[in-house]
Design a protein around this ligand. Structure first.
Ligand SMILES: [Zn+2]
Length: 320
């Protein structure tokens, strides 16, 4: 199954956020400099600047100071390339200070299938807990964006390639249910290589579960905004990410079900230029708007004002 083959590749990445390599066939097999500090043998003049403080933009190849990149929400100031950004950083960029109440913060995955292979699932989990300081690939909670209280879920690619296991699905389903109960709009910002192969069928079940929860949200006539960020593939795109009332994407995000290499090999056809980019999908009607990261908060406030018009009193009541 194409999902599985893609996911495998994604899970193999050891890149630490923000060292995200877009998943499809890339012209830049190693777009980022190695981030390990070399303690010895740094004799040449070139090595006077320690590695790990700079990153090379994969699009315009400019060297960017890490601090500068952080201050610019991980967007290249020269060409606007959007680097991967961690879930916590993203929440910080959108939600009003001190208004975010995280839900299910301690929920962790269990190795139900006792999966072993090239590496055991429990070892992978332990390594990712340590590497990312995250419990799983999504953070959920209720917070305020402008004057709107929202139920917000944000995925993080650095945790096992943003793969969707039972914890990601359960946390999102509970978030959507909380939104439905409290009368809040739901926003999910996704980035994922797809279903989590280590959880087999349990991960695939999350597709149905999240979509069922969203159907109840729709019944309550509450809006769901899906924001697609690079990369966004497979089981996640085939479920909650693609069923938003409003679907936004970040510029240049790669979005699809199977990766372009798999599609090309299967169909034996040349793919059109820009295939699977956010811009291509905007032209073809899959997404509603492309919103640069730095404008996202402002635009969300506008969209929420429009989508929640006439329901404001109810939201304030729910917030009280
Ligand atoms: Zn650039």
């Amino acid at each position: 199954m194409s999902t599985t083959s893609f996911t495998k590749k994604s899970l193999g990445t050891d890149s630490i956020e923000p060292g995200l390599t877009p998943p499809p066939a890339s012209d830049h097999p190693t777009p980022f400099i190695k981030r390990k500090l070399k303690l010895g043998g740094a004799k040449s003049k070139k090595r006077e600047i320690p590695e790990g403080l700079w990153q090379k933009c994969p699009k315009c190849e400019t060297m960017i100071f890490d601090k500068e990149l952080d201050e610019n929400l991980k967007v290249c100031a020269k060409c606007e390339y959007h680097f991967s950004i961690g879930a916590r950083e993203r929440i910080h960029s959108l939600v009003e200070t001190c208004t975010f109440e995280e839900m299910d913060a301690q929920m962790i995955s269990v190795d139900t299938l006792q999966f072993t292979g090239a590496s055991a699932y429990k070892d992978k989990l332990a390594a990712n807990w340590k590497k990312t300081s995250l419990k799983d690939a999504v953070i959920t909670g209720v917070g305020r964006i402008g004057e709107h209280r929202v139920a917000l879920g944000v995925m993080d690619f650095s945790f096992l390639g943003g793969s969707m296991g039972a914890v990601v699905g359960e946390k999102l389903a509970r978030l959507i249910e909380a939104g439905t109960e409290k009368g809040l709009p739901v926003i999910i910002i996704s980035t994922s290589g797809g279903a989590r192969m280590y959880e087999g069928m349990f991960s695939l079940m999350q597709m149905a579960k999240t979509c069922a929860a969203l159907a109840y949200l729709a019944k309550a006539r509450l809006p769901y905004i899906s924001i697609l960020t690079n990369p966004d593939y497979a089981g996640v795109m085939a479920s909650y990410a693609s069923v938003g009332d409003l679907i936004l994407a970040e510029p240049g995000a790669m979005i699809g079900f199977a990766g372009p290499r798999v599609i090309k090999d299967t169909t034996q056809a040349e793919l059109p230029p820009g295939f699977q980019t956010a811009e291509f999908l905007l032209d073809h009607g899959l997404i509603d708007a492309i919103v640069p990261r730095k404008e996202m908060k402002e635009r969300l406030i506008e969209y929420l004002a429009f989508m929640m018009a006439g329901r404001k009193n109810r939201v304030v009541t729910a917030a009280a």
